[in-house]
Design a protein around this ligand. Structure first.
Ligand code: PMP
Length: 431
C-alpha cells in the first residue's frame, strides 16, 4: 500500500479550466446517476460464496467434537474446534482465543466499557475513575472506533499514518509522558481506510514502548487478517508474541471476525489476549451470557473444515473483489493521473481506497458527488470527531457495487475532483 502523498499546491487558473470543469460536471448531473460508495459491505456475489453455510449443520450433526450439544447452554468461550481454525489466522494461541458473538465491534466496545468499569490487569483503578482517559487514534482510521471513544468521553489524539503504520516517534512520545493515554486503536493489516500494513518495526515498537499508564492497551483490530487482494499476502508480526518478548504480555487485545469471510451480519467474532486479560474478559462474559451461538459456530466449522478452508475461501473473495479494486485504479489513473490534484492508495488487501485531494477540497468533492447522485463517505468521517484537519481525505469503498458501477462512480468522482480543484484555483486567482 502506498500512503497518500501530499498533493501539490494548485497553480492559479486563468478561468478556462474552471469553465471546462463546470461543463463536464453539468453533463454528469444530467445523467441522473444513483451510485453508492459509502460502506465497506460485501457484495451479494460475495455473500453467495457462503450460501452452503446456511444449510449447515445438518439436523443429525449438532454435536461438537467433545460431544457438546451445540443447541444447549454453555461453552462460554466458544467451540474449541473453531478457535483452532482461526488461531493461526489471528495469531493467537487457540486456548487464549475466544469465539463469541456475531460482531467484533461489540467485543471492542465491550472491552472499552469493561475497562471503564473494572480495572484491567496491571491497572490500579477502573478507567471511569480517572479524571481523563485518552486514546491514540491513527488517522484516517475506522470511524466506528472513534465513535466508541466519543460515546464514552474518551479523548482522541490523532497521529498520522506513514504507509508502515502510525508515526511511531509521535506515538512513543505521547504514551511515554502522559498516564491518561490508556489505549490506542490499531488496524494493523490492510488498514481501514489507507490499506497499509504495519511493518515489523512498527509492531515491535508498539509492543516495547514505555507507557506512563501501566494498563495501556493496544486495541488490535485485525479485521482484514486474511483479506488479500493479491497473490502475495502481507505478513504481519504476531503482536501478542512481540508484547510477550518485550515484557508487556498484557498490552494487546486482538480482535477479528468472519464478517467479511462468511456473512457480515451473522458471522463469528473473536477476541484473543494474554491469560490475565482473558481471565479479566471472562469475568464480564460470565455475567453477560450463558454462552455464544454454538450452532452458528459449528456451522462455520463444518463449512471451512480447517484453516486451509478459510484461506481457499478467501481466494474466492479475492476473485470477486480484485477486479473492482483494479477498476478504481484504472479509472483514477486515466482520469486524474498526472494532473497534480489527487493521490490515492493502492491497497494489497482490505476494503478501501483512500483518495487525497488538495487541502480544503474533500467536503466540496463529496458535496458535488452527492448532487450528481453519487454517495461518498462524508469528508472527515475517518477522523476523530469527524474532522479532517486538512479536509482532503475521501474514503472510497468499491466492494459492493458491480465493476461497471465502480467504473462509472470513479469517473464521476474524478469529474467532481477536477471541478473542486478548478474552483479552488479560480478562488485563489481571484483572491
Ligand atoms: N473493524 C474494522 C477495521 C472494520 O473495517 C469493520 C467493518 N467495516 C469492523 C471492524 C466491523 O467488524 P464486525 O463486523 O466484526 O463488527
Amino acid at each position: 500500500a502506498v500512503s497518500p502523498a501530499s498533493v501539490p499546491e494548485a497553480a492559479p487558473d486563468d478561468g478556462a479550466g474552471l469553465e471546462a470543469a463546470r461543463k463536464e460536471y453539468a453533463e454528469l448531473r444530467a445523467q441522473g446517476l444513483s451510485l453508492d460508495l459509502t460502506r465497506g459491505k460485501p457484495s451479494p456475489e460475495q455473500l453467495d460464496l457462503s450460501n452452503d453455510l446456511h444449510s449447515l449443520p445438518a439436523a443429525g450433526d449438532l454435536r461438537a467434537a467433545d460431544g457438546t450439544d451445540t443447541r444447549n447452554y454453555g461453552g462460554l468461550l466458544g467451540l474449541a474446534e473453531l478457535r483452532e481454525i482461526f488461531a493461526p489466522l489471528l495469531q493467537v494461541p487457540a486456548n487464549r482465543l475466544l469465539a463469541l458473538g456475531n460482531a467484533s465491534l461489540t467485543l471492542m466496545h465491550d472491552a472499552v466499557v469493561q475497562a471503564l468499569l473494572s480495572a484491567p490487569p496491571g491497572g490500579g483503578r477502573r478507567w471511569a475513575d480517572e479524571e481523563r482517559v485518552r486514546f491514540v487514534c491513527p488517522s484516517p482510521g475506522y470511524d466506528r472506533h472513534f465513535g466508541i471513544c466519543e460515546r464514552y468521553g474518551i479523548e482522541m489524539i490523532s497521529v498520522p499514518l506513514t504507509g508502515q503504520g502510525p508515526d511511531m516517534d509521535a506515538v512513543e512520545e505521547l504514551v511515554a509522558s502522559d498516564p491518561t493515554v490508556k489505549g490506542m486503536w490499531c488496524v494493523p493489516k490492510y488498514a481501514n481506510p489507507t490499506g497499509e500494513v504495519y511493518s515489523d518495526e512498527t509492531v515491535r515498537r508498539l509492543a516495547a514502548m514505555p507507557t506512563a499508564a501501566p494498563d495501556f492497551r493496544l486495541f488490535w483490530d485485525n479485521a482484514y487478517a486474511v483479506h488479500h487482494l493479491t497473490g502475495e499476502p502481507a505478513e504481519l508480526l504476531p503482536v501478542l508474541d512481540a508484547c510477550e518478548e518485550a515484557g508487556n504480555p498484557d498490552r494487546a487485545l486482538v480482535f477479528g471476525s468472519t464478517s467479511k469471510i462468511t456473512a457480515a451480519g451473522s458471522g463469528v467474532a473473536f477476541v484473543g489476549a494474554s491469560a490475565a486479560n482473558v481471565a479479566w474478559l471472562k469475568e464480564r462474559l460470565l455475567k453477560q451470557t450463558i454462552g455464544p451461538d454454538k450452532v452458528n459456530q459449528l456451522r462455520h466449522v463444518r463449512f471451512f473444515g480447517g484453516t486451509d478452508g478459510v484461506l481457499a475461501h478467501m481466494e474466492r473473495h479475492r476473485a470477486v473483489l480484485a477486479p473492482r479494486f483494479a477498476a478504481v485504479q484504472e479509472v483514477l489513473e486515466e482520469e486524474l493521473g498526472g494532473l497534480g490534484i489527487a493521490e490515492w492508495t493502492r491497497p494489497a488487501g482490505g476494503y478501501f481506497v483512500s483518495l487525497s485531494v488538495p487541502d480544503g477540497c474533500a467536503s466540496e468533492v463529496v458535496r458535488l458527488a452527492k448532487e450528481a447522485g453519487i454517495a461518498l463517505t462524508p469528508a472527515g468521517a475517518a477522523f476523530p470527531y469527524g474532522k479532517d484537519p486538512r479536509d482532503r481525505e475521501i474514503r472510497l469503498a468499491p466492494s459492493y457495487p458491480s465493476v461497471d458501477e465502480v467504473r462509472e462512480a470513479m469517473r464521476a468522482v474524478a469529474v467532481c475532483v477536477r471541478l473542486a480543484a478548478a474552483e479552488q484555483r479560480a478562488a485563489a486567482a481571484a483572491g
